[in-house]
Design a protein around this ligand. Structure first.
Ligand SMILES: [Mg+2]
Length: 181
């Protein structure tokens, strides 16, 4: 299958890094734990007077370059390729960050190699990209076209109310899920 693979919340753990950076900057302020992040809105769970700071951290230099891979994600990506799937990374860039796009490409080169980085698709409209499957943590993906792909989720607190095939956050069941597609 041609599988489109999202980055943030799928291959790269942006939520954990955001909480970590936030706590380094505001060690005494309230913060959301990962399990408290139950909506798609990035700043939910952080105090209202810190929302601008959250965006500042998220769009700052080095944020996307420094993300840790999601547990099991790199191994799963390599195993999917070894199983014969054609993999293309498809990610929506953060337009308010001048570093996001180049850092995403760099991250892929570092973790998955230059061949994977070469085919990177950066777009906010993933319905324009053809594929059999899109693995993405976003609860609902709409755009200009009817998608050619089937949406498969990676489990996150903010997508639990969506009824779609679901890969565990540590990717442990990806083969079972894709086997049923
Ligand atoms: Mg994502």
């Amino acid at each position: 299958m041609l599988i489109l693979v999202d980055m943030d919340g799928v291959l790269a753990d942006h939520e954990s890094k955001l909480i970590q950076r936030y706590r380094e900057r505001f060690p005494d302020a309230p913060y959301p734990r990962l399990e408290d992040r139950t909506t798609w809105e990035l700043t939910d769970g952080y105090p209202a007077d810190k929302h601008d700071a959250v965006w500042e951290i998220f769009s700052g230099e080095g944020f996307f370059a420094d993300l840790d891979p999601m547990p099991g994600a790199i191994e799963a990506f390599r195993d999917m390729a070894a199983d014969g799937h054609d993999l293309v990374i498809c990610s929506a860039p953060l337009v308010r960050s001048r570093w996001c796009e180049s850092e995403k490409r760099h991250w892929i080169e570092q973790h998955l190699g230059t061949g994977t980085a070469r085919d990177l698709v950066l777009t906010h409209d993933k319905t324009l990209v053809q594929g059999d499957v899109l693995i993405d943590d976003k609860p609902a993906i709409v755009g200009r076209r009817i998608p050619t792909w089937r949406h498969v989720l990676v489990d996150q607190g903010y997508n639990r109310d969506v009824e779609l095939p679901r890969i565990a956050r540590d990717w442990s069941n990806w083969r079972d899920v894709l086997g049923r597609i």
